[in-house]
Write a protein that binds this ligand. Structure first.
Ligand code: ADP
Ligand code: MG
Length: 301
């Protein structure tokens, strides 16, 4: 098969692993720098151009789109979809999962466990917003944050009010969320491929840190997840329409709650902690599923 990987560089660990796995299985694979693509959007002959040539004959595209390139990356991917190329994850699903508000609304509609959460932009009544999520301590997050940046634990109502004030003055969208203290600074990353959890790990935040992000000094360890956690992760990925997803779950005393669904989950942590060949499993999924024009949201853009 001819596989294209949309990525910002060949040297990125996950990209390297996918290239190696594809080659090992006898595929022709190329890494395409997403931001360097340009597109012809004339009716009836959509194409993607790169370094002066039309990119064609791909059987599948693996989008590795970072949060800073969501807008352009999904546009390039959509163009490939219009050409009938099979996307590992489709553009609409990526857009859904990237938007914390939209994804939580979709999951709430499906009855998937979520932390008690409120969204706001410029609330006049901060006290009521705080009360809505059961008061302090509570977590306040910038909608556009990643890697734990923009996630604040407000221990008291006063602290919560000042953070809300600060976010308001930035003209930023944010969410307020019940603090799941019982998670003890850890969360669970479930790696889903094709409707199955193929690997999972617990991430534990550094000493005194409630955020478990590996970028914030957390570390990963092997964990056995419960059937309920497994089905929560699978349903979360399915509800976004993602074939491949990293679903982050907190163990709360009202059951597993989904924090976020990642559409370009990193391979480094999960592969090294579990020793599993996730890149190989992704290529295998493509071998079994890639078909011309096979998307769930055809023409729904
Ligand atoms: P980001 O997109 O920046 O990773 P997250 O929502 O995943 O933001 O939050 C970062 C980390 O903070 C999570 O992995 C988790 O460990 C911790 N965390 C986030 N929200 C809560 C919460 N409501 N209760 C307890 N811990 C939380
Ligand atoms: Mg996170």
């Amino acid at each position: 098969m001819k596989i294209g990987i949309l990525s910002r560089g060949k040297k990125i660990y996950s990209t390297e692993q996918l290239v190696a796995a594809a080659k090992e299985r006898g595929h022709d694979v190329s890494v395409i720098n997403t931001l360097h693509c340009y597109m012809d959007i004339t009716p009836h002959k959509p194409s993607v151009r790169y370094k002066g040539k039309v990119l064609e004959n791909f059987d599948a595209i693996i989008p590795r789109i970072g949060s800073s390139t969501t807008f352009y990356g999904t546009a390039v991917l959509r163009q490939f979809e219009m050409m009938g190329v099979f996307p590992l994850n489709e553009s609409v699903a990526i857009s859904r999962s990237r938007d914390k508000l939209r994804s939580m609304q979709l999951m709430s509609r499906k009855g998937i466990g979520l932390p008690v959460t409120g969204f706001a932009h410029s609330p006049d009544d901060k006290a009521d917003l705080i009360e809505m999520v059961n008061g302090a301590p509570l977590v306040i997050k910038l909608l556009e944050g990643t890697q734990g940046i923009g996630v604040v634990l407000a221990e008291t109502k006063k602290a919560a009010e000042s953070v809300i004030e600060a976010f308001r003055s930035l003209d930023a969208h944010f969410l307020v969320q019940e603090y799941i203290k019982e998670a003890g600074g850890s969360d669970i990353r479930c790696f889903v491929i094709g409707g199955k959890v193929v690997a999972s790990m617990k991430r534990q935040g550094a000493e005194g840190e409630f955020r478990s992000n590996l970028h914030r000094g957390g570390h990963g360890e092997i964990i056995k997840i419960t059937p309920e956690e497994r089905s929560t992760a699978v349903r979360a990925a399915q509800c976004m329409g993602l074939n491949v997803a990293g679903v982050d779950i907190l163990r709360s005393n009202h059951g597993p709650v989904v924090l976020e669904v990642n559409s370009s989950p990193g391979l480094e942590g999960i592969q090294s902690v579990t020793g599993k060949d996730i890149a190989g499993m992704i290529i295998e999924f493509i071998e079994k599923n890639a078909k011309v024009g096979k998307t769930k949201t055809k023409n729904k853009g």
